[in-house]
Unconditional design. Structure first.
Lengths: 440, 440
């Protein structure tokens, strides 16, 4: 028996894995082919985007059935994902009472606490006895899907205290709720941004946190599983921005080609225009290149090293800022440490670079008779460029945060672009200084 | 009263925010200055690394008090963070019974289900009546911190079913547990990797999932708040790797300088050695550069565009693979789509590049009399380089995954290094073809 169960669970789990990869045309028929039990489990596990996709293909009876099957917060998310013209019909299929809950939820932005919360929770009054409260909770348990905490509200719906279901369970039947409840309640304002909500959960490790309005009236409950989605969304946004583009705001496979080109093209063109300054910089050193073509050989090596060092520093700092491991005021400490790191890394590359030039078999043929000087010039430039790249990469996220911009925009490509022009200037200035009188 | 409470909660929350930034020497005295209640809340909210930091500074009485205060799984995590020489003493301070739980937990790796779980859960027998079970759960509730589900085990500790505390609550007192329990239980094998565990939570949206051994004997419970940490850890690792370095495995401020240099230096030197091929490639085109120095002006612009396009593609694909939006078998669909994207983006840059050359005020002076041909050469190269960069960036994560390596290693710097050599070859081959007879 237990094997059959495992297999049955496996079916839903497996289908969830393959679902995003099914052709849109097969989704409805696959869903309809599920046993009643499985289709319920499966439908609940889908996200709002997939709910909306199925809903559009459903017939009227299915639309009615499944939109009523969802909890009000999930139904609200589904409705927000639907195309404009289907929303009114969707609302009309839902019970009057639930519809009112959904309308209240829709007044919040998707990315604030009110948009994340479920409006259903179990409430008791402070003057109830524990035994009374247990009976009262038992009644409410029939309409509230998940109960982890019981909330104690006054007659104005203001939140006075909280108890876990477990605490209610172990309290003596004749005690008064106000005497056994926890009255130091961690709450979330209904307009708090979801990133901050996630931080509150990370700090307090509660399973659910009540959401209150300005007057401390309880509005709903955010549960930790909603935070899993928030965190994933925020990390995805950061990662995509760190790749030098706009966040897609949708799974890769469901972004249309024109949209994809738009999200990537904007930054790519901006970086391209920025990088054009390298052409201008190079123009100033045309004479040097003409005289000593050997100098051109190392241009990609030198500027890319600066870009790579900068990419490392910027990703570390962006993530450390996002995780609050670093604060704005830490910039000075970070700068000192990155200077040390950059100097050490630049030194290591300089050594490798020098040896590659000074000890290469046909060095004189490749790098002219002054190969030792060329090697010194490349090595010194590498130290300068890597150090500069590291500093720019480490400081740019702080500067963006200070300007109230998203630090994650300090992408590896952005840093590389900033570093390339300076890298060229450093390299050719070194060359003028070290090689003047010999090659130049 | 409610205002005072908010402030009190605020104290713990505020201290949690500033904690990582406090000098190590001030942490113990700050902690000791907290009121008893606050210090308990605060200590519970800290992670294992911070627990270990405080523990080292504690006197013996504090060590005893606080290590006993933690749940066994948190105590096990603390012990793992302690330096070798303190572990035996730490174990000796803990109760015999809890010590045995901790030893069992320590036999699991930190990053598998057994290392994440709490060994404490509430159990009932299948033949109990609901009323009996409620009494039985009430007894256990005194030693188990969090109860969301009640697990039904046979006499061999094998898991038969599950009930939420709410279900137990609303079931008729005279029913038998085996008749009201849910017998389709989602379980996690004790040796499952934490990334997979996280996926199970994402799919099923449970608050807690039981962990079983090979014989389906229940070992413990993983709760969703543990998964928050897992997800954050995994995203941080990916982000750091995507910056072209090893994952730090610790918060930025707590990594020592030599460690930092080691984690970054390895990849940086590897990329540097890879990038040396650009020097070899450039050597083959020295004659062309000698004849037409104007060609050198566009080297940084062209190769960086390929790198940027590749960085975009690789970050999108790495993240989509991590989120299971894409599977290995999707490579062909992705390739086709990225070819279209790369061609469009390359075309856009080509247009801008051509105009920058052909319509610039002093174009003839800057770019020779053959500036139109130079412009065409740059434009065609840009299409080729951006297209190539996009394809490499999109395919490299698939190739790494196929080779059972981490796709996140396909960092922006890695892709740029791969693309740079080819970019140079494309550019100079175009130049030879388009400019032969005029500049070359």
């Amino acid at each position: 028996m237990s094997e059959i169960e495992t297999q049955e669970m496996g079916l839903v789990a497996r289908l969830l894995e393959t679902w995003p990869h099914l052709p849109a045309s097969e989704k409805l028929s696959t869903f309809r082919s599920l046993a009643a039990d499985d289709s319920e489990d499966f439908f609940l596990a889908l996200g709002p985007r997939e709910h909306a996709g199925l809903y559009e293909d459903f017939n009227r009876a299915e639309r009615r059935l499944w939109s009523r099957f969802l909890a009000p917060d999930d139904a609200a998310d589904l409705i927000q994902e639907l195309p404009e013209e289907l929303r009114a019909e969707a609302m009309s299929l839902i019970d009057e009472k639930v519809r009112r809950e959904i309308i209240a939820l829709l007044s919040y932005r998707e990315d604030e606490a009110g948009g994340l919360m479920s409006p259903r929770f179990v409430r008791v009054r402070p003057d109830m006895l524990v035994a009374e409260a247990i009976r009262y909770v038992r009644q409410q348990a029939l309409t509230v899907e998940q109960i982890f905490y019981v909330y104690v509200l006054d007659s104005n719906q203001r939140l006075l205290g909280v108890m876990s279901l477990r605490q209610l369970f172990v309290s003596a039947a004749e005690k008064r709720i106000s005497d056994v409840m926890e009255d130091k309640v961690v709450t979330i304002p209904d307009e708090m941004d979801q990133e901050q909500v996630s931080r509150v959960f990370q700090q307090h490790r509660f399973i659910a946190i009540p959401v209150v309005d300005k007057d401390r009236r309880m509005q709903g409950v955010v549960t930790v599983d909603d935070i899993l989605d928030v965190n994933q969304e925020e990390a995805t946004e950061d990662i995509q921005k760190m790749g030098g583009q706009e966040a897609l705001d949708a799974p890769y496979p469901s972004v249309t080609l024109p949209e994809m080109i738009k999200k990537r093209g904007g930054w790519l063109m901006l970086l391209f225009v920025g990088e054009m300054f390298t052409t201008t910089a190079m123009h100033h050193f045309e004479v040097e290149i003409q005289k000593a073509v050997v100098l051109a050989l190392f241009i990609p090596l030198i500027i890319s090293s600066g870009g790579n060092a900068g990419a490392q520093a910027t990703t570390l700092i962006i993530r450390a800022l996002a995780l609050r491991e670093l604060r704005l005021t830490d910039w000075w400490r970070v700068l000192r440490r990155e200077i040390a790191t950059g100097a050490a890394l630049g030194g290591a590359l300089a050594l490798i670079g020098f040896m590659r030039i000074a000890f290469w078999p046909n060095r004189a043929e490749l790098f002219t008779d002054h190969y030792v000087l060329v090697g010194i010039c490349v090595a010194v430039s590498l130290i300068g460029v890597v150090l500069f790249g590291t500093i720019v990469g480490a400081m740019l996220p702080f500067i963006l945060r200070r300007l109230k911009l998203d630090p994650a925009s300090a992408s590896a490509p952005f840093v590389a672009t900033l570093v390339d022009v300076t890298g060229l200037v450093i390299y050719f200035s070194m060359a003028r200084f070290i090689l003047s009188g010999t090659l130049l």
